[in-house]
Design a protein around this ligand. Structure first.
Ligand code: XMP
Length: 319
């Protein structure tokens, strides 16, 4: 009968068969999926694997450090840490269409992996933590005509000019199964239980044009929000929570002064697999505490709103 332990053994055998004596580059995004994929592949092929963590400058506060320390210290899996934030932010300059942002970021990841592959004398495979829902949602809308909702950054294959093939051992799994596999592989609970974080990062949480200044403002608001969620003991009851920085400025008053600053939207949902979601019903005291802290502590934001839209008709991310 089917267990996660037998799935793991079967996948290790599959990976060995697919890869042979080839070299594999695995892109780590900071999230659970790519970390689980990397640890699984490392079990299968050891030193044939090189992990590359690409910091695109669109991470949450502290995200990069956590992944780097997990891999270097706990797992002793060698990790190349690439700071590509200047290239990513430069490429996003002036881009405000959601699909253009996603496509650019996906292509830029590939560029970085290709460059890293060259440095190690070439790689035969690129490994990714693509899940089943990523595949479905990028391809079609269930039950309806074939329409792309969003191009998930890691779905869509590799450019033809590349000689690399994809290794995607999680392609048939849902999120809860990936977490179980992560535990099976000995990843710490706190890491496995992290909320999903999308590959395109904060770029899709800043509707309109993305700048470093906006990312910095958003990171501060997001940190406060998540801190309050943890303090209230709600982190594990929520599938995903994050702040969004709207491209809208409104008038406010702070002390004796008029302010004219950005609006921040808060999102929190419950879900089983990310395909459908309900809003998390915070109590009013919690929301006003978060709103007060954000407006008081984050320069550039003077108004906070809560997103009350389920999925469908909304999606979880705003872009
Ligand atoms: P949406 O916004 O489509 O999100 O309702 C569903 C889940 O997928 C995550 N998401 C992504 N994850 N690359 C990822 O790795 C992406 O391009 C991407 N887009 C959305 C989202 O955070 C949510 O958990």
């Amino acid at each position: 009968d089917w267990t996660m332990a037998s799935f793991r053994d079967a996948k290790i055998a599959d990976i060995r068969e697919q890869v042979g004596s080839g070299r594999v580059i695995c892109g780590l995004s900071g999230g659970v999926d790519s970390a689980v994929a990397a640890v699984l592949i490392h079990e299968a092929i050891g030193e044939q694997l090189t992990c590359v963590f690409v910091d695109h400058g669109l991470m949450r506060a502290g995200e990069a450090e956590q992944v780097v320390s997990l891999f270097r210290n706990s797992y002793n899996i060698p990790l190349v840490h690439v700071d590509a934030s200047r290239d990513f932010l430069a490429g996003l300059d002036g881009v405000s269409d959601p699909e253009k942002k996603r496509k650019f970021i996906g292509a830029e990841f590939i560029n970085v992996f290709e460059a890293e592959a060259k440095k190690i004398g070439g790689a035969d495979f690129l490994a990714q933590g693509t899940l089943y829902p990523d595949v479905i949602e990028s391809v079609s809308f269930t039950g309806g005509p074939s329409v792309t909702i969003k191009s998930h950054h890691n779905v869509g294959g590799l450019p033809e000019r590349m000689n690399m093939k994809l290794v995607e051992p999680l392609r048939e799994l849902f999120k809860d199964e990936v977490r179980e596999l992560g535990r099976e592989l000995g990843l710490p609970d706190a890491f496995v239980g992290r909320h999903p974080f999308p590959g395109p990062g904060l770029a899709i949480r800043i509707p309109g044009e993305v700048t470093k200044a906006k990312c910095d403002i958003l990171r501060k608001a997001d940190t406060i929000y998540l801190e309050e969620i943890r303090n209230a003991g709600l982190y594990d009851a929520i599938w995903q929570a994050f702040a969004v920085l709207l491209p809208v400025r409104t008038v406010g008053v702070m002390g004796d002064f008029r302010t004219y600053d950005y609006v921040c939207a808060l999102r929190a949902v419950t879900s089983v697999d990310g395909m459908t979601a309900d809003i998390y019903p915070f109590d009013a005291a919690f929301l006003s505490r978060v709103a007060t802290r954000i407006v008081n502590e984050v320069q550039g934001i003077n108004r906070v709103v809560y997103d009350y839209t389920s999925k469908p008709p909304g999606t979880i991310e705003w872009e």
